[in-house]
Design a binder for this molecule. Structure first.
Ligand code: PHE
Length: 350
């Protein structure tokens, strides 16, 4: 092997040994740098004859070319290796299972409320909401409830701070105060027409929401839900109540042969009054009467408190229990399950 071949072989070997780009550049300097072996050989040509310059020069150039090629290859190899490690470090395994996000859902009672609203809206009812902290006036007095009515006693009603001693504030015991609140707003809009002896559009509204009573067992919770219904016009009768409510129950339970019973009852704000019972003809509850709502023709005193003339305006109201409807619809027998907040139970209704 002549000297140049040995030089090229040596260069190839030291390039191969260079593990990093910096090592490689140092190795390059030993051959191609200002004082490198190739550069020295080039300088040595000056002392040779013209003929020798030609042959030696060509041989040196070939060796230089071979070293530069080796350098370029090694540079490329080091760069490829670096990219490879980087890609490996950032590798994304698309076959790994994804991180699961908890999927939420509506509470079963909320599902019932949405269903109630959808059905009554399709019958031309509006949906109204009102405060859960009420005054004695809206919750009792305006609804024709006598001073000594047992519902006013501490046993049934949660009283809260505020209001006066004679008319304390309370957590509403039912959604019936919304009868007055909504009707008063409605009547206010049409006051001028009414004063001129013209008629107003009918009041047709449902008012769902939370209600409170001092009561707690498998079928009663201190916080529960009600949905009030009110329809007032010049010619609205008990017959309309039967039609509307029967339609509602059959749609809600998807049961065309569901039977309703209006059982005489008493409420201070309706006269006559009735409890509404339903009976399934099929399924596990078939043949039993199940109470789902209180109802009645709105009492003249209540119509008056709405700002209307009871001689001219008449209608019906009802108040039902969405919690009860939810229990019946899903076959749940303990109301407290709905409010314990146990996701294992609640997630079944998603
Ligand atoms: N507010 C009554 C209750 O809570 C239900 C009801 C509403 C009865 C409307 C008649 C009319 O029991």
């Amino acid at each position: 092997m002549n000297e140049l071949d040995a030089l090229v072989a040596g260069a190839r070997e030291s390039f191969a040994l260079a593990a990093t780009p910096a090592d490689l550049e140092n190795a390059k300097a030993r051959y191609l740098g200002k004082t490198g072996r190739i550069t020295e050989l080039m300088k040595g040509l000056a002392a040779l004859s013209v003929a020798e310059k030609k042959t030696h020069g060509a041989a040196i150039n070939l060796a230089k070319q071979a070293i530069e090629d080796a350098l370029g290859n090694r540079r490329q190899a080091l760069a490829d290796a670096e990219l490879e490690t980087q890609l490996k470090a950032e590798a994304l395994d698309v076959t790994l299972p994804g991180r699961q996000r908890g999927q939420g859902g509506l509470h079963p009672v909320s599902l019932t409320l949405e269903r109630i609203e959808a059905i009554f809206c399709s019958q031309g009812f509006e949906v109204a909401e009102g405060p859960e902290i009420e005054s004695d006036w809206f919750n009792f007095t305006a609804l024709n409830t006598p001073e000594d009515h047992p519902a006013r006693s501490m046993h049934d009603t949660f009283y809260v701070e505020g209001g006066s001693e004679k008319a304390p504030n309370l957590l509403r015991t039912h959604t019936s105060p919304m009868q007055i609140r909504h009707a008063v707003q409605h009547v206010k809009c049409y006051r001028a027409a009414l004063d001129a002896g013209l008629s107003m559009p009918e009041i047709r509204v449902i008012a769902p929401g939370r209600t409170y009573r001092v009561d707690s067992d498998a079928t009663h919770s201190p916080m529960f839900h009600q949905c009030e219904g009110l329809w007032i016009g010049e010619n609205v009768s008990f017959k309309d109540l039967k039609v509307v409510f029967t339609d509602f129950c059959r749609t809600f339970f998807e049961s065309e042969d569901l039977v309703l019973r209006f059982r005489p009852s008493f409420f201070p704000f309706t006269e006559p009054s009735a409890e509404i019972d339903i009976q399934f003809q099929r399924g596990p509850m078939a043949g039993r009467w199940l109470e789902v709502a209180g109802s009645g023709q709105v009492h003249p005193n209540v119509v008056r408190n709405m700002g209307l003339d009871p001689e001219r305006y008449i209608g019906f109201a009802f108040g039902m229990g969405p919690d009860r409807l939810t229990m019946l619809r899903y076959g749940v027998n303990d109301l407290r399950l709905f409010f314990d907040g146990d996701v294992r139970f609640l997630s079944q209704f998603r």
